[in-house]
Write a protein that binds this ligand. Structure first.
Ligand code: HEC
Ligand code: HEC
Length: 378
């Protein structure tokens, strides 16, 4: 599948081409999205999905009985905890990072802002035992509940044909992931216009904003749009100057201390959510590669208007703040520090006019799926 690269000039020709080719989406998926990748060792079944839904919403898997996955990934908030800056776990403890949406996470090739987990299955075990999230010491209480609660006994029998001691964390992880793979959303005004060929689906302002997105704004080089689908992410890691600019003089010391702690056995999941500066080291904390300092996974932009504030640290309040940060070349207007030395080569001043900035924000607002917006109003 060909990627639409950014061009210097607004690329209306490209749009005409895509629409002219009569491009649609795969039958069963919402407009704008490819089929959901399903791992061969965890096929989707209605029983497993229903079980995962129940597990995702179960507060008993937290130390004080008040926090479930859905506390921070709330279906009524586009599967985030907006407007919190960073998430709140048990006993009102706060972590260092903004909760990304679970919507369309099924398409990510790695999980977390720094990609430290490789799949939805693997990811689901961490929050339960993170000290600032669900706060359990280990997974034993989870296993006790799913092996003894009659509703779960029935559920695991139906979904996996297992009961008692045969039910392990593997089945719990698989069921949660199967549920998450149903949390998919496309069919936004942008999708209906660009992939569906409905000229009236998106406003003239948002259309101008799309020209900026794929042209002078260079957004599409990381937030990818393809000919038949748009995930708005390249699933890669980039340093765009958030957080890390502020602590750049500390980097040698911080990085050194982190590597030392890690080789002495420190747990990366716990370390990055406990300390804001360690969090800002980004992808480096996973790969130990100095050129990945301050690198974070490119976010999907679908439903972005519903999930403020923005970025891994929740430091940018509005979409306009985000666009201004990019416009300045990787620092926010008024920031007292220069950009950090590890900044991505793809980030540089954009010279956008106020009107182009507003147009771009209008385009980002056209990425909201009607079903997700409706769930929010309930
Ligand atoms: C206290 C709030 C909180 C709870 C509870 C929580 N999460 Fe999260 N979730 C977060 C935060 C914050 C991140 C980002 C952390 C990071 O990147 O280091 C995240 C990341 C994720 C991601 C990765 C998304 C991406 O874009 O990479 C998935 C998937 C996810 N959580 C699912 C779950 C599941 C499943 C549970 C329950 C087992 C859960 N979460 C419980 C706050 C929470
Ligand atoms: C070099 C790659 C790259 C380019 C170019 C880029 N982005 Fe991003 N974008 C990212 C990364 C990486 C993040 C997450 C960074 C972080 O949290 O520190 C991000 C985050 C965002 C977010 C916040 C997402 C959230 O859930 O909090 C928005 C909105 C956004 N980008 C919009 C844009 C727009 C608009 C443009 C063009 C003006 C653009 N991006 C250009 C890589 C890029």
């Amino acid at each position: 599948m060909r990627r639409i690269g950014w061009t210097k000039n607004a690329s209306t020709a490209l749009i005409a081409m895509a629409l002219g080719a009569g491009i649609g989406s795969a039958a069963a998926e919402p407009l704008g999205l490819p089929p959901v990748p399903i791992p061969s060792d965890n096929p989707q079944t209605p029983e497993k999905i229903a079980l995962g839904d129940k597990l995702f919403h179960d507060q008993r898997f937290s130390i004080d009985g008040t926090v479930s996955c859905a506390t921070c990934h709330d279906g009524a908030k586009a599967f985030t905890d907006s407007p919190l800056k960073t998430s709140q776990g048990h006993n009102k403890l706060t972590g260092t990072r903004n909760a990304p949406t679970v919507l369309n996470a099924a398409y990510f090739t790695s999980m977390f802002w720094d990609g430290r987990s490789s799949s939805l299955e693997d990811q689901s075990q961490f929050p339960m035992v993170n000290p600032v999230e669900m706060g359990l010491t280990d997974h034993a209480p989870v296993l006790k509940i799913v092996r003894e609660d009659p509703a779960y006994v029935e559920g695991f029998k139906k979904a996996f044909g297992k009961s008692g001691k045969d039910v392990s964390l593997e089945e719990v992880k698989k069921a949660i992931a199967a549920f998450e793979r149903t949390v998919i959303s496309g069919d936004s005004p942008f999708d209906r216009w660009y992939f569906g060929g409905d000229a009236n689906a998106m406003s003239a302002q948002a259309k101008r904003g799309f020209d900026v997105f794929i042209g002078q704004g260079r957004c599409v080089s990381c937030h990818v749009v393809e000919q038949t689908q748009a995930l708005f992410t390249d699933n890669k890691f980039h340093n765009i100057g958030v957080g890390i600019n502020r602590i750049q003089s500390d980097i040698p010391k911080l990085a050194g201390e982190f590597l030392k702690a890690k080789s002495a056995g420190a747990d990366v999941d716990k370390a990055v959510l406990a300390d804001p500066k360690t969090s800002d080291l980004g992808r480096f904390a996973v790969t130990n590669a100095f050129d990945e300092i301050g690198g974070f996974k490119t976010s999907t932009l679908r439903n972005i208007a519903l999930t403020a504030p923005y970025m891994h640290d929740g430091s940018l309040k509005t979409l306009k703040d985000v666009v201004k940060h990019y416009n300045e070349g990787g620092k926010s207007p008024g920031d007292p520090f220069p950009v950090n030395p590890y900044l991505s080569g793809g980030i540089r001043p954009l010279d956008l006019t106020d009107r182009q900035i507003d147009d771009l924000v209008s385009f980002l607002e056209a990425l909201t799926s009607p079903s997700i917006a409706a769930a929010q109003k309930k």
